[in-house]
Design a protein around this ligand. Structure first.
Ligand SMILES: [Ca+2]
Ligand SMILES: [Ca+2]
Length: 368
């Protein structure tokens, strides 16, 4: 059963399917070229292996990430895991999760474009209107005509809102944004516990009409005050009403490609068998299982490479150690030379005083 927010069982839960082409998460979030598979990033956003830093905690930064392709699901659910952290008691500006007909690559609304067509869920850190009602979470819809009222924290434009302090929490904050049967619901896990399912109701908007097709995006901005805005994961699920046919998987590997890989794999296997046979012919005394060990598996190779890498590091550290010891030795020698010099000088100074005291006598003598 699907529970509504009053806790009563209303109807069967929708079918939920993970859509990896519109999602990202660690531990291999960014590729070696710095990009995120199926996503683009703009501005000051920095993708890394386990998160995307949408903005670093520097003044006046803007960044965002957007799905490369348009999403087309009648019902969906997005789970965003993030951290907003800064040293100050107050931070700025905030983070936004978008579903819009165009990618809002840059602009004044938490780092994304104004006049958006679709919906934004804003995590507004900074209290621009001074009403002591931030940090707050708000849902703002737009058909492309609205200009976001940043100075008043969008207070007259929000379709739903809740007060939540999402900054500097011990665990990542999670937002679950569900669009199902024209109702948009925002649930929040406030990051007080490691329990991932510890969601609380924040806000919902009934009869909300948003474009069927659009891009998902996450943006953030800093101002005079600045927080790190880090997104650890964005997971999208398509929802299908019970009893209805789920949309066909759109991301299957094409048949020709599959066949090609299959063929390549078979060639590889044959090659390997041939090599084994040859080896056996050349080494008739080696029998049975050990032969398998002579061929390194991919895993073994990886472990060996890691081991070799660590060995190299170890050797280099040893060498550095030796060099440091040499430098220390040399310094010790310098110090002893200097100490000798100083003590010599000290004796000289001592004798100098003797000179000084004898000097008048000398001049005295000289005047004679
Ligand atoms: Ca604000
Ligand atoms: Ca405010």
């Amino acid at each position: 059963f699907f529970f509504n927010h009053c806790g009563t069982a209303t109807e069967q839960a929708p079918h939920r399917r993970f859509e990896y082409k519109y999602s990202f998460k660690g531990p291999h979030l960014a590729q070696t070229d710095g990009g995120i598979p199926f996503w683009i990033h703009t501005g000051n956003a920095i993708p890394s292996a386990d998160q995307v830093r949408i903005t670093p905690s520097l003044r006046s930064q803007r960044g965002s990430v957007w799905t490369k392709n348009k999403v087309n699901f009648e019902h969906w659910e997005a789970e965003v895991t993030f951290r907003v952290s800064g040293r100050g008691r107050m931070g700025a500006d905030g983070l936004a999760v978008w579903f819009t007909t165009a990618q809002g690559l840059d602009g004044p609304v938490y780092g994304a474009a104004d006049h958006w067509n679709g919906v934004g869920v804003f995590f507004d850190s900074f209290d621009n209107d001074g009403k002591k009602n931030n940090p707050a979470i708000l849902i703002v819809g737009n058909n492309g005509n609205l200009i976001y009222d940043h100075q008043n924290d969008g207070s007259t434009q929000a379709l739903g809102t809740c007060l939540r302090d999402f900054r500097n929490k011990p665990y990542p904050v999670r937002a679950k944004i569900t669009y199902y049967k024209k109702t948009l619901t925002v649930m929040i896990n406030n990051g007080f516990t490691p329990d991932k399912e510890d969601y609380e109701f924040c806000a919902k908007v009934d009869n909300m009409v948003i474009p069927r097709e659009g891009f998902f995006g996450i943006s953030a901005a800093t101002g005079g005050l600045a927080d790190d805005h880090d997104v650890l994961s964005f997971l999208l699920f398509s929802l299908t009403e019970p009893g209805q046919q789920p949309p066909p998987p759109e991301s299957e590997i094409p048949k020709e490609e599959k066949d090609k890989y299959q063929e390549e794999f078979q060639n590889f296997q044959q090659e390997l068998d041939k090599k084994k046979e040859e080896f056996q012919k050349e080494h008739p005394d080696v029998q049975g299982e050990p032969i398998e060990d002579l061929y390194e598996s991919v895993n073994d190779r990886e472990i060996r490479q890691v081991f070799e890498g660590q060995n190299r590091i170890h050797l280099e550290i040893k060498q550095l150690h030796r060099q440091l010891a040499m430098i220390l030795d040399e310094q010790r020698r310098y110090v002893s030379v200097i100490t000798d010099e100083v003590s010599k000088k000290a004796t000289n100074v001592g004798s100098g005083q003797v000179h000084m005291s004898t000097q008048p006598m000398l001049t005295h003598k000289g005047s004679h």
